[in-house]
Design a protein around this ligand. Structure first.
Ligand code: NDP
Length: 323
């Protein structure tokens, strides 16, 4: 089978199209014939070595497809089932062996591309808006990189809850997308100072929560934008990692809260995974959550996909198609 393998960490050029044997399922696993694999920023971190993975490895951790084989102990999942999954390495490939308890059935009315696009970024937006800082109607949220994969989904969820959303983006085109998703105010943070603008937009009161996936270039200013006892949710570092912080800073900024959450800790049990995925699929089926799949690449063009994502050229979801 075709797969994208990383033998040494580095830039996009380290991703190689290789031929590997189709995996055989262990007793607890199902083999998924992949129809669409999601491209996510975490794949960049894995490729670069910012997050350590034993070498060599097949990249990617999100996909949807059809079960082609099951291990001896697998119950409740059968050959032919339409499934999706995330947080299991090896999805940039034609086939992947996945622990059956990590698979979610794709409901009728949700296509495989949508399913692949919804798992990692959709469940992330869902836990950020409903668990990390359970947003309430009337609250104000600052959402960075609001036209990105997670960003567009988080804006829609926050809007559906009834929160006011101040969104940052780098271009006018991205501004249009964020507004269409439900953002109330847009700041082009590449052209104006988002700290001053957010203070102006909130009449100096600050926001209830900052959802920051950009990290290095936005984090410190964001701490100045929270109301007393507000929450900084740092969930990524697309511009680079954030420097260490003295806890006393949290006091000085108004007894604020800081958290650095990860999707993995929000889908620990199979039950929680099924509930979270079900919530996201439910929003899609009800028409409350629109997925923007603008960028679809053949597996062989993975290097271009990564260059586009890292180069801030993309909006919404990027998918790789093995066939
Ligand atoms: P995005 O589609 O959001 O792409 C990244 C965006 O970040 C860019 O489009 C760009 O938007 C913005 N950005 C700002 N500065 C830079 C920079 N220097 N280089 C590159 N991009 C920059 O990606 P994803 O939706 O896949 O992921 C978003 C972030 O969320 C990532 O940091 C990822 O690691 C994190 N994440 C965290 C999870 C968790 O559970 N903690 C789960 C999923 C994702 P603009 O041009 O508008 O500035």
């Amino acid at each position: 089978m075709k797969a994208i393998q990383v033998k040494q960490t580095g830039g996009p050029e380290v991703m190689e199209l290789v031929d590997l044997p189709v995996p055989q399922p262990k007793a607890n696993e199902a083999v998924v014939k992949i129809q669409a694999a999601g491209v996510n920023f975490i794949d960049v971190y894995n490729r670069e070595g910012r997050y350590k993975v034993p070498l060599p490895f097949v990249l990617g951790q999100e996909a949807a497809g059809v079960v082609s084989a099951v291990g001896a102990d697998v119950e409740g999942i059968a050959v032919g089932d339409r499934v999706a999954y995330t947080s299991v390495l090896g999805s940039y490939a034609e086939y992947a062996a996945v622990p059956a308890e990590r698979l979610v059935r794709v409901p009728a009315g949700v296509g495989e591309r949508e399913a692949a696009a919804a798992m990692l970024q959709g469940m992330t937006a869902q836990y950020l808006a409903y668990d990390t800082h359970p947003l309430k109607a009337g609250q104000t949220a600052l959402v960075h990189a609001a036209a990105g994969g997670v960003g567009l989904l988080l804006v829609q969820m926050a809007h559906n809850i009834g929160a006011r959303i101040i969104a940052t983006v780098s271009t006018e085109e991205k501004a249009k997308l964020a507004r269409a998703a439900g953002a109330d105010d847009i700041i082009l943070y590449t052209q104006s100072d988002f700290e001053a603008e957010t203070k102006r937009l909130t009449s100096g009161k600050g926001v209830d929560v900052v959802y920051d996936s950009v990290g290095k270039t936005t984090f410190e200013k964001g701490l100045n934008l929270l109301r007393p006892r507000g929450m900084m949710v740092l969930y990524g570092g697309s511009s680079g990692p954030v420097a260490p912080i003295d806890p006393l800073v949290l006091t000085q900024k108004g007894s604020i809260f800081l958290t650095r959450p990860s999707l993995g800790h929000h889908i620990i049990t199979s039950q929680e995974l099924q509930q979270r995925a079900g919530a996201v699929f439910g929003m899609i089926r009800e028409g409350k959550l629109k997925l923007r799949i603008e960028h679809v690449y053949p597996l062989a063009e993975v290097q271009q996909a990564h260059r586009d994502l890292e180069g801030r050229k993309t909006t919404g979801k990027l998918l790789l198609l093995p066939n």
